[in-house]
Design a protein around this ligand. Structure first.
Ligand SMILES: C[S@@+](CC[C@H](N)C(=O)[O-])C[C@H]1O[C@@H](n2cnc3c(N)ncnc32)[C@H](O)[C@@H]1O
Length: 249
């Protein structure tokens, strides 16, 4: 593209993120069992600048169906969600948990998740009973991980993630950052009772095996939750439970 101001033919105008941002969010209703959730989201999103978090992904549908059918897992728990996007999973959890921390690395996504938190809190129909907050967390960012660990000194009962490897996690190094972050969050729960629930939607065979091998390489045990393998959209999804390996193993 030719630049203005009398520049020559070779001048290049670099467009910043704001040029690509669509914030024409629509209020959308989602139903998971007996739980009805209304929130703002887009119905398509850009992978430029990783704006994937502006919409609800199949992994979130899978995880929310699983959690709404197994709400006992959430009762009274403290939860941190990684790559929360618009916040649909964390908002569902807030109906059952005592504290929910939604995290994402994208500032634009954090803006919409905060709006959805406010919307949920002000909704008369909502059974809003827990503390629900958003925090910036980029996997592998030591300062941000430290901030979370210092703010929530007791750690969490559950770490959640849905479809969180899709954009920049096609490389081994990104999966490694994700699992390193998960490891630190799991270790923060001193009684060793914390687990990471990952809603995984298969897109490539390479990624399928990388997720399993990286979890093991980071000293974690990864198990498929029996009965959760299912079709979401036109893809195959499954719920994994990830825990720290016991010291003697
Ligand atoms: C495909 S979206 C899934 C959003 C939501 N969990 C869902 O299933 O609807 C991936 C999310 O992970 C976030 N994400 C991607 N890479 C990240 C990273 N390195 N650190 C933190 N968040 C990241 C994106 O901003 C986005 O919100």
């Amino acid at each position: 593209m030719e630049g203005g101001g009398g520049g020559g033919e070779d001048d290049i105008v670099c467009l910043d993120e704001s040029f690509f941002i669509d914030d024409n969010y629509q209020l959308t209703t989602f139903i998971f069992g007996s739980q009805v959730i209304e929130l703002l989201c887009l119905h398509s999103a850009s992978t430029d600048f990783d704006l994937t978090g502006q919409l609800v992904w199949p992994g979130a549908m899978l995880l929310n169906d699983y959690l709404s059918n197994n709400a006992v897992l959430l009762q009274g728990c403290t939860v941190l969600e990684l790559g929360s996007g618009v916040g649909i999973t964390g908002i569902l959890c807030s109906r059952f948990c005592s504290k929910v921390v939604l995290t994402d690395h994208n500032d634009e996504v954090l803006k919409i998740v905060k709006k959805n938190i406010d919307l949920h809190a002000s909704s008369e129909k909502s059974n809003f009973c827990s503390e629900l907050v958003a925090e910036k967390l980029e996997w592998g960012n030591s300062d941000q991980i430290c901030h979370i660990l210092q703010t929530y000194t007791n750690g969490f009962d559950l770490i959640l993630g849905a479809d969180i490897y899709i954009h920049n996690c096609f490389q081994q190094s990104s999966i490694c950052l994700l699992f390193n972050t998960v490891e630190k969050l799991l270790q923060a729960r001193r009684n060793g009772q914390c687990k990471f629930i990952l809603a995984y939607v298969s897109r490539t065979k390479t990624m399928d095996s990388l997720v399993i091998s990286e979890a093991a390489r980071c000293g974690m045990q990864i198990n498929e939750v029996v009965g959760t393998r299912s079709v979401v959209g036109n893809l195959e999804g499954v719920i994994f439970e990830v825990t720290l390996k016991k010291q003697h193993e």
